[in-house]
Write a protein that binds this ligand. Structure first.
Ligand SMILES: Cc1cc2nc3c(=O)[nH]c(=O)nc-3n(C[C@H](O)[C@H](O)[C@H](O)COP(=O)(O)OP(=O)(O)OC[C@H]3O[C@@H](n4cnc5c(N)ncnc54)[C@H](O)[C@@H]3O)c2cc1C
Length: 568
């Protein structure tokens, strides 16, 4: 066999749009042995038509592909794009190039991509093509039990990064050079409306810059700065869209944070000035907090990997029927456009639609408001949010939606009071006024509860309730009382409690060894201090921000990490 006649290797790029630390590309080049390697990205009609997709996703993806095409070229790998159904496209490419090995990453995606991957696997078997899928995060495929998962996650994060060498193979090069490509399609080319979001830029280079900036500068303010919408945009890492599209690997982010943590730790040993020590301590707290969240990323994705049905069905099936029949279109519409009459909820929704991002606590607030105050089912609200979140990641998204809606059976319920949150997180109404200009002239005393303004103040401030800005769509206190009553029916049901035990066994976080516990998001509740901390937390949640113990006390699990998702 001459080198030219050796079949090339095909690497299928999906949500791994980078070259650094890319196990599938590295494996493709390693396995080439004289054959060339080419990369394929598919514009699949069924994927593009998913109700979670937005033009902003397509535009961000294109920016990633622009970087990627150039980086691949410098590695001697051609990027070919095609538009069509995956199996049909791969069969066509196989005939054109004769490839016998297809390498991809293990995607934890939606039902559509899950079914598509199964079809590709079947096709590959029948066509005699080896289809190799490799992990790219801490998510473990075919996981038998959550016991020991933390250790697996850490081992993956601590492993060496997958370096992609330059492809020197020549086999199949002429056929690769002849391959037709549809290029890098923009929104118009994909038949989508224009992307109107004022959002983060895509690409591996941008991902690297955001990561560097975070670990060297912004990360100092992570702890304490991530809850308020005033500080969160700069205090948070802002890495989520890059992780979702694979423009940076989870391992790269983890290792960068770990390198910085070690550096800070070493500096603390020698630092003497109180100011410098305080600064380093702040860094230490922040890095610890962000590392927990990197862990949660995969912890939540693992739930969808283990049980794909949670994209569509309640994790606790005993919660079926709670909200399904009651989705009120007017309430849904008011929530979507930010006209509920609750200023912080409205400001968050409008800012999200405009920018594609919200910090965790504000995401939890808008979902809590939709699920408890408006009694909307998590699926329609979740689909709308998925379109708005530039970082839409199915495993995190649907797990969080269910968790914030009380349908998992294993999490402490957290019902946010929108007014209390507004007072705490935006005391002077700066964020509110920025996104709800109707309230710009409202005096500070009323900006969190504009419906309490006397009529003459309404007129003087240019904000008449009912014409310029809506009155509250529901009475939050009454609505929450009713929500609690309905949830109590499920909560007190014996069969539901027993089902919750199964959910905990399958999806609950574990604390199986000391090292793992240190990375365990619920580690602060461990040991002798755990009960005390839990008590203090419960006391801090006053009557207006309700906590409801959902499952029976004997359920053998700890609250899942997300319940403490915005703990500073
Ligand atoms: C209802 C709801 C839906 C969500 N949907 C998504 C989603 O589709 N995609 C997504 O990436 N995140 C989602 N999150 C989690 C979280 O809000 C975002 O990851 C975070 O706000 C992204 O900003 P950041 O990158 O600056 O995060 P940082 O606070 O800087 O955190 C760093 C990284 O840790 C991970 N992370 C942070 N918080 C969480 C969390 N609570 N659960 C899991 N991983 C976390 C993310 O990968 C994030 O990029 C959702 C949260 C809620 C309440």
């Amino acid at each position: 066999m001459t080198p030219e006649s050796i079949p090339p290797i095909c690497v299928w790029l999906k949500r791994d749009l980078r070259v650094a630390d890319h196990p599938a590309l590295a494996e493709g080049v390693a396995r080439a042995r004289g054959g060339a390697v080419f990369a394929v990205f598919l514009y699949e009609p069924e994927v593009l038509a998913q109700p979670e997709r937005d033009a902003s996703h397509a535009a961000f993806e294109r920016e990633c592909l622009i970087d990627l095409e150039a980086a691949l070229r410098s590695l001697g790998i051609r990027l070919v794009t095609r538009r069509g159904e995956a199996v049909a496209m791969f069969e066509q490419l196989r005939r054109e190039t004769g490839f016998q090995l297809l390498v991809a990453h293990e995607e934890t995606g939606t039902g559509v991509t899950y079914a598509r991957d199964r079809r590709v696997r079947r096709w590959a078997r029948e066509a005699g093509v080896e289809f190799l899928e490799l992990p790219q995060t801490g998510v473990v495929r075919r996981l038998r039990s959550r016991n020991g998962w933390n250790r697996l996650w850490e081992a993956r994060m601590e492993a060496s990064r997958a370096v992609v060498p330059r492809s020197a193979g020549r086999g199949g090069l002429p056929s690769i050079a002849r391959l037709a490509t549809v290029g890098l399609l923009d929104c118009r080319g994909l038949g989508l409306p224009a992307d109107t979001k004022d959002r983060q830029r895509g690409g591996e280079r941008a991902a690297g810059e955001v990561l560097d900036d975070f670990v060297s500068r912004r990360g100092r303010h992570y702890s304490g700065g991530i809850s308020s919408p005033l500080s969160a945009a700069t205090s948070c890492s802002r890495l989520s869209p890059y992780l979702a599209f694979g423009a940076v690997s989870m391992r790269t982010v983890w290792q960068a944070s770990e390198a910085r943590r070690r550096e800070v730790q070493a500096s603390l040993l020698t630092a003497t000035s109180p100011r410098e020590r305080a600064d380093l301590k702040a860094w230490q707290r922040s890095l610890k907090a962000v590392q927990s969240r990197l862990h949660w990323h995969c912890h939540f994705m693992q739930k969808l990997e283990d049980e794909p049905a949670i994209e569509l069905h309640n994790m606790l099936r005993a919660a079926d029927g709670l909200r399904e029949a009651e989705v009120c279109p007017e309430r849904l519409a008011a929530w979507q456009v930010g006209r509920t009459g609750y200023p912080l909820v409205d400001a968050c929704m409008r800012s999200l639609v405009a920018t594609g991002w919200l910090t965790f606590r504000m995401r939890a607030l808008v979902v809590s408001f939709a699920s408890y105050s408006l009694w909307l089912h998590w699926r329609p609200t979740g689909l709308f949010l998925a379109r708005q979140f530039l970082d839409f990641e199915p495993g995190i998204h649907w797990s969080q939606l269910q968790m914030q809606s009380g349908t998992t059976g294993i999490n402490t319920l957290r019902i946010y009071n929108p007014t209390k949150q507004a007072v705490e997180q935006d005391p002077r109404g700066v964020f509110i006024r920025r996104w709800v200009p109707e309230l710009a002239g409202v005096p500070p005393a009323y900006v969190h509860m504009p419906w309490t303004m006397p009529v003459d103040v309404q007129r003087a401030s240019g904000c008449v309730i009912g014409s310029d800005y809506p009155p509250p769509i529901v009475d939050h206190a009454l609505a929450v009382r009713e929500a609690k009553r309905r949830l109590a029916v499920v909560r007190n049901d014996h069969a539901a409690r027993s089902e919750a035990r199964g959910v905990a066994e399958r999806h609950g976080s574990r604390r199986d060894r000391r090292g793992a516990m240190q990375q365990d998001p619920v580690r602060r509740t461990l040991g002798s201090g755990g009960t005390e901390i839990r008590k203090r937390k419960a006391a801090a949640a006053d009557d207006r921000q309700q906590w409801l113990p959902f499952h029976a006390p004997d359920v053998p699990t700890t609250p899942s990490p997300g319940t403490e998702g915005d703990a500073p």
